[in-house]
Design a protein around this ligand. Structure first.
Ligand code: HEM
Ligand code: MTE
Length: 473
């Protein structure tokens, strides 16, 4: 037989573009797929794997599990991977060396701590976001927790016979309380921050439109656990429930946040101590072995790696509750800001964004002169999305998009709706602005531009989403 040259992963990494030729690896072999890119039935998504391994992508798209696909791939073989090319040795002095590995498709906004979002067009391919694609927002290194030794501490109500803290193992949480399942969308307050920085620079990670994802969570209701710890609806001075994470900075300060006691105790809010995400134990990046899920509420209160729960007359004193995740008037700057003057963000406002086509893309209308526009829409506090309006002419005329997603109960619509519109481009223009805006069940609407809602921290951007594209007819 034919003997193939040997390449390292570094060699393969140099071939990421059509200009440099596109190489991929699969099971220890190297392929130059440049000439197949145009023939690929799945379109240019194939380029996400350029310069790396196919396995993590084919795990997402089952159509590739066939002899037929492997036969095509073999036609493009150019080499084998060097068997001595070892994985990098972790640097144990680095506090992030124990972080888990992540899917290569994620766009990394910060590596340490790890913050990343999926490509928008891949995000809205599925109603439920697979765990490996779910956006990741960590402030600190991911703690390494042994599930067999794990204990959740819940401080008891003061001045009662249950004052001693309640300690629950993971097994207690799974067996002593009914398992409750709910589909909840999480969104970071900083989602779409990059559009805010385009108006005027802000402090914060440069999130695009995908710091939002949807999953099926399962766990014990926080209400049931609080009742077990001795609290009732009328426990005196019980106003806020504090959550403390097991992730800590170099000084030992842990991540923390709080929600109102009333939100936690009201059954309808379905606040969860979740141990499962999409049918699997919660992955390490998302809070293994236990996290809080507060449906309808900003990501920041959904504390991961939960170590301790306590109840107080005051909100959490954590930096992330007091001096971050708050909105301000657009004229407030870092010299004039008084964090005490604004409430902490809890329920989020109505939101939507266009995930396809992408900004700057050239779109080719089909034979009926139509293009497909796709996106997501979501609102906080369980308000259902009732309509998404889409304009293909910069806002002169509007179409109504088709909504997809599971029907949830009234005032418990915790999950997003995906939407799609096939519409004609109404003008002969070569440059077109596509816009979307959503309406929720309270008839809340999105503001039309970013500037009037600009704030120094770059949070709460829910302005109409605009995408400029070139039309190729
Ligand atoms: C579909 C080949 C890489 C995404 C397909 C199909 C083939 C194929 C033959 C049609 C399967 C069928 O319907 O029976 C390949 C080869 C690849 C590759 C040879 C690598 C050299 C990728 C990558 C991605 C991807 C990296 C994603 C990042 C898709 C999608 C479809 C598809 C989404 C479904 C298209 C549809 O049903 O409309 N691919 N693929 N492929 N591929 Fe790939
Ligand atoms: N919990 C802990 N313990 N530490 C954190 O850094 N980040 C918060 C929240 N819970 C965080 C946390 C923020 S700001 C968000 S947006 C969500 O987790 C992100 O959850 P995800 O990484 O599962 O998407």
């Amino acid at each position: 037989g034919h003997s193939f040259p040997t390449y390292t992963r570094e060699d393969v990494k140099k071939h990421k573009t059509l200009a440099d030729r596109v190489w991929v690896t699969y099971g220890g072999e190297v392929f130059d797929i440049t000439d197949f890119v145009e023939l690929h039935p799945g379109g240019d998504r194939i380029l996400f794997a350029a310069g790396g391994a196919l396995e993590p992508f084919w795990a997402l798209y089952g159509v590739h599990k066939s002899e037929h696909v492997l036969e095509i791939l073999q036609e493009y073989k150019v080499g084998v991977l060097d068997p001595n090319d070892k994985e990098e040795v972790p640097d144990l002095s680095d506090p992030y060396s124990q972080d888990p590995s992540r899917h290569p498709v994620l766009k990394v906004n910060s590596a340490k701590p790890f913050n990343a979002e999926p490509p928008p067009e891949i995000l809205t391919e599925r109603y439920i976001t697979p765990n490996e694609l779910f956006f990741k927002r960590n402030h600190l290194p991911v703690p390494n927790i042994n599930p067999d030794e794990y204990q959740l501490t819940i401080d008891g109500p003061h001045g009662t016979n249950q004052e001693a803290p309640l300690k629950l193992s993971l097994n207690d949480l799974k067996t002593k309380f009914p398992r409750h399942e709910v589909i909840v969308t999480l969104q970071c307050a900083g989602n779409r921050r990059s559009e805010m920085s385009a108006v005027k620079p802000v402090k914060g990670l440069d999130w695009g439109i995908a710091a939002i994802s949807n999953a099926r969570w399962a766990g014990a209701l926080l209400r049931d656990v609080l009742l077990d710890a001795g609290y009732t609806e009328d426990t005196p001075k019980a106003l806020h429930v504090h959550f403390e994470g097991l992730d800590k900075d170099l000084t030992g300060t842990k991540y923390g946040a709080s929600i109102s006691f009333q939100r936690a105790m009201n059954k309808q809010n379905e606040v969860l101590l979740a141990y499962e995400m999409n049918g699997e134990p919660i992955p390490r990046d998302h809070g293994f072995p236990l996290r809080v899920i507060v449906p309808g509420v900003v990501g920041a209160r959904n504390v991961k790696w939960l170590g301790q729960i306590s109840v107080s007359t005051e909100e959490s004193s954590s930096h992330w509750q007091q001096n971050d995740y708050k909105g301000f008037n657009p004229c407030i700057d870092w010299d004039t800001v008084d964090f005490k003057s604004s409430p902490s963000i809890q329920e989020l406002p109505v939101q939507s964004a266009i995930t396809e086509p992408k900004a700057g893309q050239t779109v080719t209308p089909d034979s009926d002169d139509k293009v497909t526009v796709k996106g997501y829409a979501w609102s906080g506090d369980g308000r259902e999305i009732v309509r998404v309006d889409v304009s293909l002419d910069g806002g002169k005329t509007w179409n109504v998009a088709e909504l997809y997603g599971e029907k949830q109960k009234e005032r418990q619509s915790w999950a997003w709706k995906l939407w799609k519109l096939e519409a004609s481009l109404p003008t002969e223009d070569k440059e077109v602005t596509i816009i979307c805006k959503a309406v929720d069940s309270s008839y809340n609407v999105q503001p039309d531009t970013v500037a009037p809602i600009w704030n120094l921290r770059g949070v709460l951007n829910n302005a109409w989403h605009r995408v400029h594209v070139s039309v190729h007819r």
